[in-house]
Design a protein around this ligand. Sequence first.
Ligand SMILES: *Cc1c(COP(=O)(O)O)cnc(C)c1O
Length: 426
Amino acid sequence: MSAQNLPGQPHLAYRGKELFAEEVCLSDLAKEHGTPLFVYSKGSMLAALAAYQRGFSGRDVQICYAMKANPALGVIQVFAQAGCGFDIVSAGDMDRVLAAGGQAKSIIFSGVGKTRAEMRRALEAGIGCFNVESEAELEVLNEVALTLGTQAPISLRVNPNVDPKTHPYISTGLKGSKFGIAHERVVPTYQRAAKLAGLRIVGIDCHIGSQITQEGPYLDAVDRMLDLVQAIEGEGIPIHHIDFGGGLGIDYNGDTPPSAEHLWKNLLTKLDARGFGKRKLMIEPGRSLVGNAGVCLTEVLYLKPGPQKNFCIIDAAMNDLPRPAMYQAFHQIVPLNSREAELTTWDVVGPVCESGDWIGHDRMLAVEQGDLLAVLSAGAYCMSMASNYNSRGRAPEILVEGKNAHLIRQRETIADQIQKESLVNT
Ligand SMILES: *Cc1c(COP(=O)(O)O)cnc(C)c1O
């Protein structure tokens, strides 16, 4: 049988009329587990990781999967077994890594609002590094470490003030951003950190944004970071590792981000030219490891043609797929069984009571009530941002590996949703 691959989706292909992920027929999964349903390809995740590994071959690099992109235990397990570390943003993230078999020492802890309780737990677990995001946080982390009679390994997250040329909600390295320490405060803050007995300086890091599709902002950030490393080391403070964050984009709709391999070959050339080629490097990719490994399967509930718009109402909604409502993001939508029928323009929308609950505007589809569709590029920032809005249970998740489909999360029931609630005794 000839397979027809979808552009940008090497693990997805039509075999005859049926869409497959690896060796698994997606409409069979939808029938067995119901919809909405998330399906992830392990092969696709490992291929995305391999592109980074090729770009870094022969270098001292730790790849830390930014698990907020997709924190399912079954997904973390894939990356832990492949030798990745993890970038976390809460103590809950840490517990997930440990529950999935990851090592505490491979964890780096990012985020602007770490609590004392989270710092304590991360210190007790023995994580690898705290990426400190403000001068105030530095003081608190020092106190917490001293109370525990230990030293916290730290790096400062610096704000390199470069424009990643992406959506404003996912730009994080500009001057007006809440993230990181302003460029001009970086050297004095390292000097302060070096005087604090509860801290041990191990690195420096930045993360300039997400869904970055151009190489330029990375190259600029590398230059700004290396200038800082020279200035800090000039003050007698050694920096063991340099962490360039994550943010590499994926192809959602004909986007053309550089490949991880290509990007890193070019960045390493720059590091070599500036004499930093042997330095330990870390990176924190999220979306680019999992985004195009996932699809969300959904059923067409109703067709509602109208004078101005035709609506295709599906059983997945903004609580499952929040990116269109949050950032006007684009996801491709394709049928699980391709039909030979005339294409019509549809607004594909969910059942939630919000006009913002749309999944795709003006899509050309040949659909009928009861058809199954796949929303593509749904591996990152979908389930991780899913909610129970409208009392909708979160969807189940399946990890496909060749012919095998492993259920890695069951569908959430209404009993799950209300179990922590109580009525008031009257
Ligand atoms: C979100 C985040 C990442 C990952 O970003 P992607 O765009 O998913 O690669 C990495 N580092 C930090 C600090 C983040 O907040």
